[in-house]
Write a protein that binds this ligand. Structure first.
Ligand SMILES: Nc1ncnc2c1ncn2[C@@H]1O[C@H](COP(=O)(O)OP(=O)(O)OP(=O)(O)O)[C@@H](O)[C@H]1O
Ligand SMILES: [Mg+2]
Length: 412
């Protein structure tokens, strides 16, 4: 008989759809996909919720579908966050070792991590994750964990993920109103990285890019740790908007044309084949060359990828990406994006499909499922061994759900 405790749940409230994935723990510490649900979401724009009712409805629909498939009722979930309001920075903390014999204790490490988080934050912002990148003990760097070492000074480099309190609270409210408690909120590109990157890539230097509908999230890993991450306010729906505007066709038609015929690299368009483009308000359709469609899509794709490259340059990254770029998210499937990305980052590029899960994995065939799959892997690791899992994924210091209480009981 299946028990609720055997299951973990990941929820990705995306700009285009809400995804609920239910996983069942196996005996080997892994997770098997037991159920999935999906519902279109009209309540979110650029990763931020603009309509609570619509988002709650989508959440209810998606979770019911997943529950029926898995044959279990869900009450608690790991929830992804990826709004364009997130601002992620690297910070440094330094402390003197307390003990006379100079042995570094857990309390010293905790103080160093807290010092790194004490940088002034605007009052409307809160730290979601503080991810240790590297410790330095008396000038010696590259230390992953200084516990038990001898030294007089401990420094830590930390990657901070910060979000607007009001935005995160709104997401929490939606999940609670759908009858689900939030176990943890997890920055989506980090969860996705868990599902699609290999440890070798993380060591060599890899950029994970999640091209969603409203936003493009990214995380740069090197030496096994996240070095920088962020969210650009441009996603795959902007490509559709551009097509709809320039071709003067309804949004739904523009979306269909983008998915079926779209390509964002001119050198890949060879045929001179014409594409029928329906007019707005029932006028006669026009025939547009595929090349012309590409001329609309390519500048937007270049803009999106250049935004990421500039963000990384501002954060001090100069390359190279020896582990390459891994593209995921629904928008990654746009024809030509992989090749264009290779040119812009001057590196190899591959698609990132979720791996490392058992069970009904065939239902996760598209990159749009990578985030929810990553949330499941994160959930299982976090619950099996909170300290270790949090260190590995980097969520070691603080996660804002601790301070933002679930308002679950007040709502029912
Ligand atoms: N074959 C395809 N070619 C091009 N674009 C595609 C294809 N399939 C899906 N997309 C685009 O992917 C987007 C949806 O991706 P995804 O499901 O990852 O977004 P999301 O998670 O809902 O959004 P966000 O992450 O921004 O909140 C849509 O804009 C859709 O047009
Ligand atoms: Mg997404």
């Amino acid at each position: 008989m299946a028990r609720v405790e055997d299951y973990v749940v990941g929820i990705d409230v995306g700009s285009s759809k809400v995804v609920v994935l239910i996983g069942k723990r196996d005996e080997r510490g892994g997770v098997e996909v037991a159920g999935r649900g999906q519902a279109p979401n009209r309540g979110t724009r650029r990763g931020n919720i603009v309509n609570i009712e619509a988002t709650v409805e989508a959440l209810k629909l998606a979770s019911e579908e997943a529950e029926v498939m898995a044959g279990v009722e869900i009450s608690r979930a790991y929830v992804g966050v990826a709004g364009a309001d997130l601002r992620n920075v690297n910070s440094r903390g330094m402390i003197s070792v307390a003990r006379r014999d100079r042995e570094i204790t857990r309390a010293d490490i905790q103080r160093a991590l807290e010092a790194a988080q004490s940088a002034a934050l605007p009052s409307d912002r809160e730290i979601l994750h503080a991810i240790p990148q590297e410790f330095v003990v008396d000038e010696q760097g590259g230390i992953a964990d200084p516990l038990g070492m001898l030294g007089s000074r401990v420094e830590v480099m930390v990657h901070l993920v910060t979000g607007q309190v009001a935005r995160t609270k709104t997401l929490l409210t939606c999940i609670n109103r759908a009858g689900i408690e939030v176990a943890e909120m997890v920055f989506e590109p980090l969860a996705t990285a868990d599902a699609v990157l290999t440890p070798d890539e993380r060591d060599l230097g890899v950029l994970l890019v999640d091209v969603g509908a409203g936003t493009t999230g990214y995380a740069l890993f090197s030496d096994g740790e996240v070095q920088h991450s962020g969210v650009a306010p441009v996603g795959a729906s902007h490509f559709t908007n551009d097509l709809a505007m320039v071709l003067r066709t309804p949004y739904a038609e523009a979306e269909r044309i983008k998915v079926k015929e779209g390509c964002c690299l001119l050198s890949m368009v060879q045929d001179e084949e014409g594409i029928s483009v329906p007019a707005v308000a029932g006028g006669a359709p026009r025939v547009v060359a595929r090349r012309e469609i590409c001329e609309i899509l390519q500048p937007r794709a270049e803009e999106m990828l250049s935004l990421l490259r500039e963000d990384l340059a501002k954060a001090g990254w100069e390359g190279p990406l020896r582990g390459g770029v891994v593209l995921t998210g629904g928008g990654a499937q746009l024809d030509g994006l992989l090749e264009l990305c290779g040119q812009i980052f001057n590196s190899s590029v591959r698609y990132g499909l979720p791996h490392g899960l058992g069970g009904l994995v065939d239902v996760l065939g598209s990159p749009g499922w990578a985030t929810a799959a990553g949330l499941l892997r994160y959930a299982v690791a976090a619950e099996a061994n909170p300290q270790r899992a949090r260190r590995r994924a980097g969520f070691s210091v603080r996660n804002m759900v601790g301070s933002l209480r679930n308002v679950f009981s007040d709502l029912l």
